[in-house]
Write a protein that binds this ligand. Structure first.
Ligand SMILES: [Zn+2]
Length: 93
């Protein structure tokens, strides 16, 4: 059995769409930063994935229930990273 945060999947999917519209950088560093920022501002939704089908079903439900919140969190995260991209900085970790 595995416990995962459904929000990670939801935010990941949202960011892929929104970053295209925003025309912002989508390197690994920026995407990870956006993921962290967005997820930190959203409630975590943990589910058990002992059955894979349960996950996709719940995930879809979560998306419809939290679309607005997720959109706001993602847009805010994109704007933040856009202003302060960490890629290319010295001391990359
Ligand atoms: Zn970048």
């Amino acid at each position: 059995m595995e416990i995962i945060n459904v929000m990670e999947e939801v935010v990941d999917q949202r960011l892929k769409v929104l970053t295209k519209d925003a025309g912002c950088c989508t390197c690994d560093q920026c995407l990870e930063d956006m993921m962290c920022l967005a997820l930190n501002s959203l409630p975590a939704k943990y589910v058990s994935t002992s059955k894979g089908k349960l996950f996709s079903k719940l995930s879809t439900t979560m998306i419809s229930q939290h679309t607005i919140d997720v959109n706001i969190a993602c847009v805010n995260a994109i704007e933040f990273v856009k202003e302060r991209p960490r890629h290319g900085e010295s001391g990359q970790e």
